[in-house]
Design a protein around this ligand. Structure first.
Ligand code: SF4
Length: 231
């Protein structure tokens, strides 16, 4: 499957996630942006969708802003499916060095996201049941956390054999003259130089027993999205 088909599926998954979130009671409102930091992560497919969106809307400057973040903050060593596999196989999970959460995302403009329709799942997943205190954490409903995790697992699998990492690193990788075209043509590339982790298949979906019933309708719709055009 080429990148165009994958992006269509990604968009359908984003819509499905939006629909799920629309049914929850959330405190998030336009203009609140405590969670919009440069620690943001994404898959390469999401980075490609963001680049295409910025080109189409005449906002290439946003991509240049991201590329300029040479020390962007959180750089995950493991993908979410890598973490699931390590837990399943009782492997030692490498310790992650978390970002400070203090530096604003380069795409913020006057408290709003300048690329909102193409924001990655990491942004869509941040949703608080109560208004976040200044510099405080979001209050996440446990079922929302599970659904977000499964969406991340599915998006990662869709982007095989792509990569996952800090959004700024993902954008630099995609705009690199050698790696970007190779990724889009499905050729074998290595993301290590860009501090990216290779995506992995979802060996198991991380759904605790108490959320199996609650997530079932979402999983059924996900199955329909992924089955489109033989995905
Ligand atoms: S991409 Fe947009 S929604 Fe995501 S962290 Fe940056 S400003 Fe916030």
């Amino acid at each position: 499957m080429g990148p165009e088909s994958k992006i269509e599926k990604l968009k359908a998954l984003y819509r499905l996630h939006d629909d799920f979130m629309a049914g929850r009671k959330l405190a998030c409102r336009p203009g609140c942006h405590t969670c919009c930091t440069r620690d943001l992560t994404a898959t390469t497919l999401e980075g490609l969708f963001l680049i295409l969106h910025c080109r189409r809307t005449g906002r290439r400057d946003l991509i240049r802003r991201l590329e300029a973040e040479l020390e962007p903050g959180f750089r995950p060593r493991l993908t979410i499916n890598g973490l699931a596999k390590a837990c399943l196989e009782s492997e030692q999970v490498p310790e992650e060095v978390l970002g400070s959460g203090k530096h604003p995302c380069p795409l913020l403009e006057d408290g709003l996201c300048a690329a909102y329709p193409a924001r990655p799942l990491g942004c869509r997943a941040m949703a608080s049941a109560e208004t976040c205190p200044p510099n405080g954490a979001a209050l996440m409903d446990p079922l929302v956390l599970t659904v977000n995790t499964v969406f991340q697992q599915v998006v990662e699998q869709l982007d095989l054999p792509g990569f996952f990492g800090n959004l700024a690193d993902v954008i630099r990788f995609l705009n690199d003259g050698r790696h970007g075209p190779a990724y889009q043509e499905g050729r074998s590339v290595i993301g290590k130089a860009f501090k990216l982790a290779p995506n992995q298949p979802a060996a198991v979906l991380m759904v605790p027993p108490e959320h199996r019933a609650g997530i079932r309708p979402v999983l059924e719709k996900m199955g329909e999205v992924l089955a489109l055009e033989g995905g």
